[in-house]
Design a protein. Structure first.
Length: 243
């Protein structure tokens, strides 16, 4: 595992990490961006925004940018929030577009988190997500793909038994949608299959419809065909619409 440490100039401490901290856990984020770990850290240290994190992980390396004995502004829970004041913040890169390099980044992040847990003598319960502190849907793609699934990657690294991943049972034929899908500002094509090989329709910009969950990373939606009362069920590509 390649770990690159970038030093935050002490002149920036007052903006990026003003408080001393004894870390009490690890908080996981997704960047919602397609930049590399080095770019994320360079950008974070280069600007004067009160947004910061300790490390970013992509498919090739871990890059740290802040000392772990100082706080970071990452979890949206205020100046005295547990997230902002006690957690080591780790960003997983390439979550905007996802795909193979994101999955590799998640795998490397799991390795790195397992390493940090071992180093501190912590258990898996010390791993939290941004959403735990401020209701922001972050780490968005890791959550879409399954939080317990991600924890299992860490458990595997620690030699712990993995936990069953929760899967909804649709065998009863329930037609209750579990979520809503709200399309973004562009037309979203809908496909018959999760490999997106057969296009069967589309959603208009901002159109909302029912969503039954995410399968193979594809949101399964039930939508009305334009200008009719006919419903179709298919798979969208953009996971950001799942609410
Ligand atoms: Zn976050």
């Amino acid at each position: 595992m390649q770990i690159t440490n970038v030093t935050c100039p002490t002149s920036k401490y007052s903006i990026k990490c003003p408080y001393e901290m004894t870390p009490q856990g690890i908080c996981v984020h997704n960047t919602a961006n397609d930049a590399s770990a080095m770019s994320e850290i360079s950008y974070m240290l280069g600007n004067n925004n009160k947004t910061s994190f300790h490390a970013a992980v992509d498919n090739e390396r871990v890059v740290t940018g802040l000392p772990f004995n100082r706080n970071a502004w990452h979890s949206g829970d205020g100046g005295n929030g547990k997230g902002n004041r006690t957690q080591i913040a780790i960003e997983i890169c390439y979550s905007k577009s996802g795909g193979e390099r994101f999955e590799e980044a998640e795998n490397l992040a799991a390795c790195y988190i397992a390493y940090l847990l071992k180093q501190s003598g912590w258990g898996i319960e010390k791993v939290s997500k941004h959403q735990d502190y401020s209701n922001k849907y972050c780490p968005h793609r890791t959550l879409d793909l399954g939080w317990e699934r991600f924890l299992n990657k860490i458990r595997e690294q620690l030699g712990l038994q993995t936990q069953p991943v929760e899967e909804k049972d649709y065998s009863g034929g329930s037609d209750e949608p579990v979520r809503t899908y709200v399309n973004g500002s562009t037309i979203e094509n809908i496909y018959a299959d999760t490999s997106l090989t057969k296009k069967i329709g589309y959603l208009n910009p901002r159109e909302s419809c029912d969503c039954f969950g995410i399968f193979n990373g594809r949101p399964m939606v039930r939508y009305k065909v334009d200008g009719s009362s006919n419903y179709k069920i298919g798979f969208a590509k953009w996971t950001g619409g799942v609410k």
